[in-house]
Design a protein around this ligand. Sequence first.
Ligand code: MEV
Length: 322
Amino acid sequence: MSKVEISTPGKLMLFGEHSVVYGHPCIVTAVDQRMNVVAEIQENSNLQIIAPEVGLSSYSQDINNLGKNPNIPKGARFVETAVRNFFEKFNMRSGLRIETKSDFSSEFGFGSSSAVTVGVVKVLSELFDVKLKEQELFDLSYKTVLDVQGVGSGFDLAAAIWGGTLWFVGGGKTIIPLGRSSLPIVVGYTGIKADTPTLIRKVEEENRKYPKIIGKIFEAITLITEEAKDVLERRDWTRLGELMNLNQGLLDSLGVNTRELSSLIYAAREAGAFGAKLSGAGGGDCMIALVDSQTRGAVERMIDKAGGKVLQVKTGAEGIKK
Ligand code: MEV
């Protein structure tokens, strides 16, 4: 095969952000906003990357120097590192043209870096006929993410690979599918792009300062996440909403909440949502609210009125797709 196309879903964190970085569990769901990766073999010794959604019209690097350009544009980093890691692991090399196309903006924190990383590793395994089990695909993608940004639990990679809603324990120690049905959720974007590694380091700093207290907060988030897993299976939305509110309070105490997130979260609760919380690293980015068919319209209007942008997404989306 000389050309392969793959698509991977973005994600939304439901419960357990930040504590998952410390080996605790989280619940993540894949969303129907997808990343397409097309790879083609080229008869030269260049890796050419085209990623218009991150402002990369064309970037080229000699395949013998992958990962060696200190001025590599941000949008090319995950792709180039994934290619380098794949070539190193399977001891191969080839000229390549990789083009990415995304349904979603990299602004929204739907996990475009993880979706693209999984997409590139998978597309290369198809292109070069290397059989990769899902866990191997996860491990190579996770190595790539750690090589690029140094921190992260890998939960977003699992969502991109397996899809659906997942129970995920930090580093991929346990991954359990929790079903494929879409949850009644409204997503509100604050308009503020957040940088995940910076927020992870912020929590790290708090943890250094107050290890006993932050340790207890992580434990409490874990109890909430465990309870949420059972409640989610029973589809008890009232209780799931309350658990979201509890999780939100603890995220606030970790220092990753913002005034803008709070304002959308309170707007959603006041409009009748079962519960609402930030989703992901915090510092801006998105919040989620649990609703039913009666409250959805009012919650969306109130989020909009409070200055947020409502993003239409379906959860529980399919994982990797050819
Ligand atoms: C970011 O979306 C979620 C964090 O838990 C980071 C991670 O798990 O990699 C803050």
